[in-house]
Design a protein around this ligand. Structure first.
Ligand code: SF4
Length: 687
């Protein structure tokens, strides 16, 4: 048998272990800690992109003719360094933005944020801003840590009710759904799913012999009133865990006051769900021995994203469903290392370990290890950086991101990026953003390098690399270290591989301090690991929350409709989501023959009554138009979606949902409202 390298799947946050053979093929890793050898379609096809002919294979520099030309690494580094120095001299360090990559390793994102801060700016962010920034904000503020409170394993073994809101794990976290959640249901757990769209998750719980699944099909953007009906039902029926609330929380008076005049019947009507169905779900959750909440981007990607998640926290706190196995509030993280990218400080407001960059004492401790000063004020988020492009932002360093497709109102993003003086793109494929790059740096892929990643349940695992496929590519880590060395020449980027970077990371990231590569081994560790030998915490908050006062924070919230609601001109509400076979902007998945074959083109789900109203037939091509742009897509007529709502995806460049979405932000977390925009639909070629 040929030798196999054990590593971690590069797609979703479940963190499944997979193996790569010497001849560059996928192989199952039979006793991998998260998935025990099981794998979804994406994980099984992950190797298809590693040797792909589209890979960026050599550095490129844009010439005076406006075209990208092949260059040596020395020439590319020289151009990056000279332009970054020029921009800093002319406009100051805050004139450059840095985008981290949630598919890159912890060590690489750690170096990227260190590069930004050594350069003199906190303008560094990553795609968590697009997916769970609001979740992280609410969890950190009200419980202490911006991450899953529990682990997949304890949830499967102990949860009696799984409350899944705004998440579609059967498509986005397939192994979590098929292994952990379905097993819990087979063992007797009940599933309450809250989602405007009936989907693969809905169908996955239609298990013969069980009738423990309830789908509350809400109108988009009505999660707060739905949860307020649930919470008021809990209060009315004395299902509050009085002892837990008294000893471990504050703020229940505020919640009660918020709901004093709350009209459950009117709210249920707003949600489009019968009141008795919501009350039945409330009873199931509140009277279960252990009930767990899973929260997804249907909750977070709203201008009220922080309040959406706060209301889930409210429900968990008043019923005492935190601090033990089978409970908690659990964000299902999207990318394989989006959790880790945040953990290591690739965010404008936090240093490694979620330490507030504006806290003088915390910043000083990090500065002492780094040997340079860090700017004392939080920087810009990635949407703010894009919005300021061509104005106060003059340069952009993009590692493995594709903002031209991933950000909302994508047409405007493209216009603004064209106004930048200098753009570096470091990636494995020529993404749409490469068209705006002045220098392109070809990186090795996920399979060709080692380092660590943190999955959705805070498990930090080692990835191991095979030999690189294309000679002139380099690991992200090597590229960043070289640029840091050439820019600063002071030894602050002098590292001999990822383990040396991890050793420095431990010193500035308290939740990782107790980990070493040796201790991570093949099982990994769930952070926090505060001391060497600490075995980590599969579930958090057993005796206290990690908020400043140790209490869980309850706060009543009120309904806030999406910023754009249907009107005469744009009479439908567009909501967006992803498919199991594709991944975000499709950089990898659309180049994977196995995955692309399933869904080579975009489509839009339309309810039969809307199809009739707008004279649209199943399979017909339509124009979908918002105030920001239009796309052409094929129609899928289905009652999976509610009347008045349409649903499409961001995976396909020309017909991406993000040409339509609204870039309005949640004020606190700065996450865009991807989940609700007003649109019109008409047969293509029609008036
Ligand atoms: Fe990869 Fe996620 Fe599928 Fe596991 S569930 S194989 S991590 S995409």
């Amino acid at each position: 048998m040929s030798e196999q390298t054990k590593t971690i799947c590069p797609y979703c946050g479940v963190g499944c272990g997979i193996a790569v053979t010497e001849d560059m093929r996928f192989a199952p890793w039979g006793d991998a800690p998260v998935n025990n050898g099981r794998i979804c379609i994406k994980g099984g096809a992950a190797m298809e992109v590693v040797e792909h002919e589209d890979r960026l294979k050599t550095p490129q520099i844009r010439g005076e003719d406006g075209e990208l030309h092949e260059a040596t690494w020395d020439e590319a580094y020289d151009r990056v360094v000279s332009e970054m120095e020029r921009i800093r001299d002319e406009h100051g360090p805050d004139a450059v933005g840095f985008f981290g990559c949630s598919k890159s390793m912890n060590e690489e994102n750690y170096l990227l944020q260190k590069l930004a801060r050594r350069y003199g700016t906190n303008n560094v962010d990553n795609c968590t801003r697009m997916c769970h920034a609001s979740t992280v904000y609410a969890l950190r503020r009200s419980l202490g840590a911006g991450a899953m409170t529990n682990s997949m394993q304890d949830l499967m073994e102990s949860a009696d009710v799984l409350w899944i809101q705004g998440a579609n794990p059967a498509e986005q976290h397939p192994i979590a759904n098929s292994v952990y959640f379905r097993q819990a249901v087979l063992d007797g757990a009940t599933v309450i799913q809250v989602d405007p769209h009936a989907n693969k998750t809905t169908r996955s719980f239609d298990i013969e012999g069980t009738e423990r699944h309830q789908h509350l099909q809400v109108e988009p953007g009505t999660d707060i009133p739905l949860l307020n009906v649930v919470i008021k039902t809990v209060l009315e029926n004395d299902w509050v865990d009085e002892e837990f609330v008294a000893e471990r929380t504050d703020g229940i008076e505020d919640l009660a006051e918020t709901l004093e005049d709350f009209d459950k019947e009117a709210a249920a009507e707003t949600c489009g769900v019968p009141l008795e169905d919501i009350e039945r779900a409330a009873e199931a959750y509140a009277t279960a021995e252990n009930a767990a909440i899973f929260t997804g981007m249907g909750m977070s990607q709203h201008t009220c994203g922080v309040d959406n998640v706060q209301n889930e926290i409210n429900l968990a706190l008043i019923t005492g469903n935190l601090g033990r196995p089978g409970t908690g509030v659990n964000p299902l993280r999207g990318q394989n290392n989006v959790q880790g990218t945040c953990d290591v400080g690739a965010m404008p407001n936090t240093l490694p370990g979620y330490q507030n960059v504006e806290d003088d004492e915390l910043r000083a401790a990090v500065e002492e290890v780094w040997g340079f000063e860090v700017p004392p004020e939080a920087g810009l988020t990635n949407v703010e950086i894009s919005r300021a492009a061509g104005d106060t932002i003059h340069g952009l360093y993009v590692m493995g991101e594709n903002p031209i497709m991933s950000e909302p109102d994508a047409n405007r993003v493209a216009e603004r990026l064209a106004d930048l003086e200098f753009v570096v793109v470091q990636d494995i494929f020529p993404t749409d953003t490469v068209a705006y790059a002045d220098v392109v740096l070809p990186a090795t892929s996920w399979a060709e390098r080692g380092g660590t990643v943190a999955n959705t349940d805070r498990r930090v695992q080692l990835m191991r690399g095979i030999d690189k496929v294309y000679e002139d590519t380099k690991d992200d880590l090597e590229i960043l270290a070289e640029i840091g060395t050439r820019l600063f020449g002071d030894g602050t980027f002098d590292f001999d591989g990822p383990e040396a970077v991890f050793e420095e990371l431990r010193q500035v990231c308290p939740i990782y301090y107790g980990m070493t590569y040796e201790l991570l081994g093949t099982e990994g560790l769930h952070w926090p690991c505060l001391e060497l030998g600490d075995e980590g915490d599969p579930y958090l908050y057993e005796s206290a929350f990690t908020t400043p006062d140790g209490l869980g924070h309850i706060e009543g919230v009120r309904h806030q409709p999406p910023k754009e609601v249907p009107d005469e001109e744009y009479p439908l509400i567009l909501t967006t989501a992803r498919l199991i076979e594709h991944y975000n902007t499709g950089t990898m998945s659309r180049r994977s023959p196995t995955l692309n074959r399933q869904h080579p083109e975009n489509f839009v789900d339309v309810h039969p009554k809307d199809a009739e109203r707008y004279d649209i037939a199943d399979g017909e091509t339509v124009t979908l138009r918002s105030r920001r742009g239009e796309i052409e897509v094929q129609v899928q007529v289905t009652d999976d979606i509610k009347e008045g709502t349409v649903w499409t995806t961001p995976h396909f460049a020309a017909s991406s949902a993000n040409r339509l979405t609204n870039d309005v932000l949640d004020e606190r977390a700065k996450i865009p409202e991807y989940k609700a925009a007003a649109v019109a639909i008409e047969p293509s070629g029609g008036e």
